[in-house]
Write a protein that binds this ligand. Structure first.
Ligand code: ASP
Ligand code: MG
Length: 406
């Protein structure tokens, strides 16, 4: 009986060793036996990609991006071949391909390439022969035959893009957690698995620090309405469905709490309060390739104001250097760096139509004597910058306040 087409993606931890590869193979074969046409996307084994990056760093700190892609794409080539062998061992037919072999055509932006199109002929041909098709995640090829990669976590993108192109009936993302949680269970043991979450919420959670799926892959899923099932490769439990509209979303104010400790806060003190200054500061930062996140400008008094913004911690040194020079040039005062900050955020599409969510959030933080240093909001999220030492307390307090616990 033909059940339709399924795309199954296995993340690095789901193929980290021989036993896990065999485990993944069993799962794939069980779906094939249920009657599915099965296309499998695999990430590199365990921490292979990180190890390859470290290896390159031992040779040069300025590797050519083309050669980086050449190097990193080997990780996934190993996994597809091993998975194919494991499936053969189980008595099923399977064939593995690199991204280039199946025709995943990308632009030329090495290390973060965009998929232009996918020629699905080869995949369809092999499926037609009854084979399980295994595709290396995270990679593609340019029209000039240069190998590219799709940015960290890019196997998710390969899976979603293939699911779209092949009009798959299901797209499963296998990982080492049971799905998307209301917050990080390592911080709040009462965190609950979310049954259904919208693309928008998932995107927001990803950009705010929840690291389950690559954000770009969710953008593509949203654009083409590809429903995704995130689930564990270590159990048979169902996980979280990422879909367009969740059934109960109107009743739920907040669906998740995220925590991000990767940012630092820069404050430029006593900035002259006149037109064009902010434009100058942020144009210079942008030209230096520094991406700025939250920005707060205080009320000007005596024609001066303090401006604070957050950046990626990794860019602190570069930013400080640039901002100090800038401050001098515009006649501003000191530049301060605080990298002991954390961002806690609440996410939920339900907050669009309910007043008072922000008040509730601030109240919960106040009750725990946590000072809020910066605030930013979007349609479906509210974030506060607080001192890092209060991060876990804040997450727990908000989880409790919005009734997310088990
Ligand atoms: N192996 C690549 C990475 O670690 C791609 C992926 O895992 O999705 O980023
Ligand atoms: Mg990975």
């Amino acid at each position: 009986m033909h059940k339709g087409l399924i795309v199954q993606k296995f993340g690095g931890s789901s193929v980290a060793n021989v036993e896990r590869i065999q485990n993944a193979a069993k799962r794939v074969v069980s779906y094939k036996k249920k009657g599915y046409d099965t296309v499998v996307v695999v990430s590199a084994l365990g921490d292979t990609t990180d190890e390859l990056i470290e290896l390159a760093a031992k040779i040069t700190n300025e590797p050519s991006e083309r050669e980086m892609d050449m190097l990193l794409s080997t990780g996934e080539q190993i996994s597809v071949a091993l998975l194919a062998m494991a499936i053969h061992k189980l008595g099923c037919e399977a064939i593995s391909f690199t991204g280039a072999q199946v025709g995943i055509i990308t632009d030329t932006s090495h290390t973060r390439a965009r998929i232009l199109r996918i020629n699905t002929n080869k995949i369809k041909e092999e499926l037609g022969k009854g084979k399980i098709v295994i595709v290396a995640g995270f990679q593609g090829v340019t029209l000039d035959q240069d190998i590219t990669t799709l940015g960290r976590g890019g196997s998710d993108l390969t899976a979603v893009a293939l699911a779209k192109e092949l009009a798959a009936d299901e797209c499963e993302i296998y990982t080492d957690v049971e799905g998307i949680y209301t917050t990080d269970p390592r911080i709040e043991p009462r965190a609950r698995k979310i049954k259904e979450i919208t693309y928008d919420e998932m995107l927001e959670m990803a950009s705010l620090g929840a690291q389950v799926m690559q954000a770009r892959s969710i953008e593509v899923a949203k654009k083409f309405n590809v429903p995704i099932h995130v689930r564990s490769s270590f159990s048979d439990n169902s996980g979280t469905m990422i879909i367009k509209e969740a059934k109960k979303m109107e009743d739920v104010l907040v669906n998740g709490i995220t925590l991000n400790k990767t940012e630092a806060k820069i404050t430029i003190c006593t900035v002259p309060d006149r037109p064009g200054i902010a434009a100058k500061i942020f144009t210079d930062l942008a030209s230096a390739g520094i991406s700025v996140d939250m920005i707060v400008q205080n009320v000007g008094h005596l024609r001066q104001t303090d401006i604070s913004f957050t950046i990626n911690k990794g860019e602190s040194a570069k930013t400080i250097k640039l901002t100090r020079a800038l401050a001098k040039a515009i006649g501003a005062g000191d530049v301060l760096l605080d990298d002991d900050i954390a961002r806690v955020s609440i996410v939920g599409v339900g907050m669009k139509s309910h007043p008072g969510v922000a008040a509730k959030m601030f109240g919960a933080l106040a009750k725990n004597k946590i000072n809020i240093e910066m605030i930013s909001t979007s349609d479906i999220s509210i974030s506060c910058i607080i001192q890092k030492k209060f991060a876990e307390t804040a997450v727990k307090a908000l989880h409790e306040k919005f009734g997310l616990g088990k």
